[in-house]
Design a protein around this ligand. Sequence first.
Ligand SMILES: [Zn+2]
Length: 316
Amino acid sequence: MKACVWVLVASCGWMVPGCGARVVTWTPPDDPPPGAAVDAGLPPPVDAGTTAPAPAPAPVLHSRFPQLPDQGGPRMHHPQLVAITWADDPRAAADEALTRYLAGSPWLALVGQDYGVGAGTMLGAVRRPGAAPAVMTDAEIEAGLVADVREGVLPSAADGRFDETLYIVFVPGGTRVTQGNDTFRATSCMDFLGYHGAAGVAPSRFAYAVAVACDDPITLDAMGHPVGGVGTDSLLQVTTSHELIEAATDPDPLVAPAYEFRPSDGQPWTEFGPEIGDLCAERYVPMDGYLLQRAWSNRAAAEGRFPCAPLSPDGT
Ligand SMILES: [Zn+2]
């Protein structure tokens, strides 16, 4: 069963950066010390030594923002990341560096703290030989991952478990990824920038994410305002961080959903998407030279504050 989530979805209004998105950026007033969260008016990150989810904040009845519900599925506590690239991709080294940075970043500790997600580690990096195919279907990507995990081509955790492991496939911009069938087909860089899901069979079922290096030309939104234009590097950083925090808080969205809205929740906020990054789509934060996805904070929402962490200096 294919298990992928429309992260940056076919609808432009839902697709995050490259499709008519407005980039909201700001610079923190001071560089945070290594390992420290940018001051967003939020409590310190979850203790990296604990594996228990942070206690849910007490809801405030008059808050105008909803709580992203815990649907009961597993989530990662200390994600173990594996960067998968192609040897001929000139971005391979940068993609691996981004993965390594994200694993131990203050950003991950900050956006994960409300959900029991703390600092992660870099489990490994694998460069597939040669160049990526010109076209890949999501089913082919998934089948390749399953085979590589089974044959030990991809590194796995020392304890043999996969519940903290995230395989991130970095697809070069020259490769087109397609999803769907002849009735409904979505294409990377036009309909989506990335997605995440889970594959394989328990106890070897694992989470994965796909991030495509898409161009980001400046375009006009429906109101005629120029949007986009952050560049391919920044756009890929947003996509990768978006998929990482969503995979950590909702690793197996179709089989065992965790932090996400379900259609049965009847939540109008799902117009933006069902997961933690979707709800803050188009809102990014510059950090340590990267441009990263901001994410929904249940604590801030409960307190009636603007719910996308980290907050900008003006509180939005
Ligand atoms: Zn998403």
